[in-house]
Design a protein around this ligand. Structure first.
Ligand code: F6P
Length: 367
């Protein structure tokens, strides 16, 4: 029996936003409309799929958005259909609303759904595909922690922001002979701290994959002082922790796909440096500046390639797959393989080796 032709597709952006989401939406929608497909933008990630909120997208909607940050569709990291936070009498009860998601997908007569998101979003997407929804994934996250793609879009833009912030901290650190600590995002992976720190000339980079030794940090900043470099830049990932220490968190929000809210390690590191070296230290938390604003040229190109390849997968009915970057080529992988484990920084990563070779400390004596 001949396979039915794709006529109507949905598209949604899930999880935390990042630069390049709009470029992907444009990359999917323009060619889809050219092929005569109808495209429906589902609002606020999976929340819109569960609650039945969407709008039809036309050329005018996706025109002029290549360089715009955020997402024209809205996003959310709280609308997991399988883990839906229902508020009853001020209390949160977690319920399964995946049947509502499926009902809406069917009532809108969608033939496929393109889901743009990170690790958590791809887990949900995989579960939806097991319920019979034809899915194709696009890997997004500033954290770059998705396995099976060499890079997620959004990461390069975050690294750019970190690098620029370090350049700015460099001049003020040197003027005041201070230690400057910058805390960056990345959750349990150190890619943003590693790549941003390397690009911005950090003297110490602390990442979750390499638990650090306090004394190595103190020795490094003191040594720099004795050789006439009277300032130091420390780039610390929000998920970094000392050897035998624990993660520093800001709180928990059970409505989120991952309830843990990381944050606070930058301030802690700064306090410990002041206390143990008597060097004047300041800290900056870069926060959501890393997620906002316009994508870098690299991310605009990657997002456009991802979007245009994703719609091709849909047209060829290659469902359950996620577009991926391998070397300089766009390919695709099974979503289940992409979520099998998190992509973390390996101690022998070339960026680690290059940084060490130019004198960057990772807060440990043995790499
Ligand atoms: O996953 C992207 C990310 O920006 C992480 O780096 C960070 O820990 C988290 O999202 C912050 O989430 P929120 O915007 O909900 O505070």
């Amino acid at each position: 029996m001949a396979k039915s032709k794709i006529k109507r597709i949905g598209i949604l952006t899930g999880g935390g936003d990042c630069p390049g989401l709009n470029a992907v939406i444009r990359g999917v929608t323009k060619p889809a409309l050219d092929h005569g497909l109808k495209v429906y933008g589902i609002l606020d990630g999976f929340e819109g799929l569960v609650e039945g909120r969407m709008l039809e997208l036309y050329n005018k909607d996706v025109s002029g958005i290549l360089a715009t940050g955020g997402t024209i569709l809205g996003s959310s990291n709280k609308g997991d259909p399988f883990h839906w936070p229902l508020e009853i009498d001020g209390k949160i009860k977690i319920v399964d609303r995946s049947k509502d998601a499926l009902k809406n997908y069917r009532s809108w007569n969608l033939d496929a759904l393109i889901v743009i998101g990170g690790d958590g979003t791809m887990h949900i997407t995989h579960q939806l595909s097991k319920m019979g929804i034809n899915v194709v994934g696009v890997p997004k996250t500033i954290d770059n922690d998705l396995e099976a793609t060499d890079q997620t879009f959004g990461h390069d833009s975050a690294v750019f922001v970190v690098s620029e912030a370090l350049d700015r901290l460099h001049t003020t650190a040197s003027a005041h002979h201070r230690v400057m600590v910058i805390e960056v995002m990345g959750r349990y992976a150190g890619w943003i701290a590693l790549n941003g720190g390397l690009a911005g000339g950090a003297d110490i980079i602390l990442i979750p994959e390499i638990p650090f030794d306090w004394n190595v940090i103190y020795d490094k900043v003191l040594h720099r002082n004795t050789i006439g470099k009277r300032f130091s830049l420390v780039c610390v990932a929000e998920g970094a922790k000392p050897k035998n220490g624990r993660l520093i968190t800001k709180g928990r929000d059970i409505k989120r796909t991952d309830p843990v809210q990381l944050g606070g390690i930058g301030e802690y590191v700064a306090k410990m440096i002041t206390k143990n070296t008597e060097l004047e230290t300041r800290f900056t938390v870069l926060g959501h500046l890393q997620r906002g604003g316009s994508p870098t040229p690299f991310d605009r190109i990657l997002s456009t390639k991802f979007g245009t390849n994703a719609i091709q997968l849909v047209i060829k009915r290659q469902f359950g797959r996620m577009v991926a970057l391998k070397g300089s080529e766009i390919t695709s992988v099974r979503i289940i393989d992409a979520i099998s484990h998190q992509k973390l920084v390996k101690r022998k990563d070339q960026a680690i080796l290059a940084a060490s070779a130019v004198g960057v400390s990772f807060g440990t004596e043995n790499l």
